[in-house]
Design a protein around this ligand. Sequence first.
Ligand code: A3P
Length: 346
Amino acid sequence: MLFKQQAWLRQKLLVLGSLAVGSLLYLVARVGSLDRLQPLCPVEGRFGGARSQVELPLRALQFKRGLLHEFRKGNTSKEQVRLHDLVQQLPKAIIIGVRKGGTRALLEMLNLHPAVVKASQEIHFFDNDENYAKGIEWYRKKMPFSYPQQITIEKSPAYFITEEVPERIYKMNSSIKLLIIVREPTTRAISDYTQVLEGKERKNKTYYKFEKLAIDPNTCDVNTKYKAVRTSIYTKHLERWLKYFPIEQFHIVDGDRLITEPLPELQLVEKFLNLPPRISQYNLYFNATRGFYCLRFNIIFNKCLAGSKGRIHPEVDPSVITKLRKFFHPFNQKFYQITGRTLNWP
Ligand code: A3P
């Protein structure tokens, strides 16, 4: 009798136990799938033409973090691309420059946004005649896979200073959004020099000092033939662009502020691109070893920019710096006036 009761009790416990485990497993699975199926992350559609509000599935986020990488490496079949509704889209926004302004940091940081997909490489389609001759389909095929609701962004800093580029971009898309990230012109010129110097040193070549290149030894004036100086005359380049695009199609990013306080700068870009604010302080953390903000995509994945970003600049004669700053001053004033963005440059 006692034995029978014990057996009955054990059986009951077993049934209850399996029910509890089953329910738990169901809940875990349900929560997981709910998370995946949670449908909407609205993206305002300035880019969507008539659609004022497009909806970005949350799977886009997962796609960005995992699948995207595989697609880029070419590890996926055409079938998978079709299944995921993936497309290679022409950019809706381009970071056109300025070289050493922080173009890579800007692109990588914007890529934190679930609605943005970056073209990892500089494509140099519009500034390189040989590439341009290959046609727009060649350019499109260089773009990463994305969901139709996402926007593709590429950066090629040489675009800003290359004569033919504005007209070529205009022919592709006259309503494209153009991002220009600038730094205080003298600092940018020294950064530019530092990059070239490093290249020379890598090849065991000697190079001139910055002072020698930036100042004409005969006249003691600023040497406007030196490319690093010319590139920093932002207003001159911008004026060429304004022959094709109205100023409203440009957004100026303060590259110096992007270094020290990236979030507000990124929020301004989100606004300009008509994207809902999705980049948060969680996505950006200061790395004291690097001396820069780094990127946090999620609890597992974070990254800092490569060591080639954030080089130590050589010391430059203060009188040369003063001379350069004085030289750039009127051009800067004009730049502020045209763009409507005043920056704290000396
Ligand atoms: P320096 O190397 O002179 O410090 P670009 O990507 O256009 O070549 O610009 C490079 C510059 O981006 C670097 O110039 C660096 O100062 C700046 N930068 C901005 N944010 C950065 C970040 N989070 N990490 C590294 N560099 C960053």
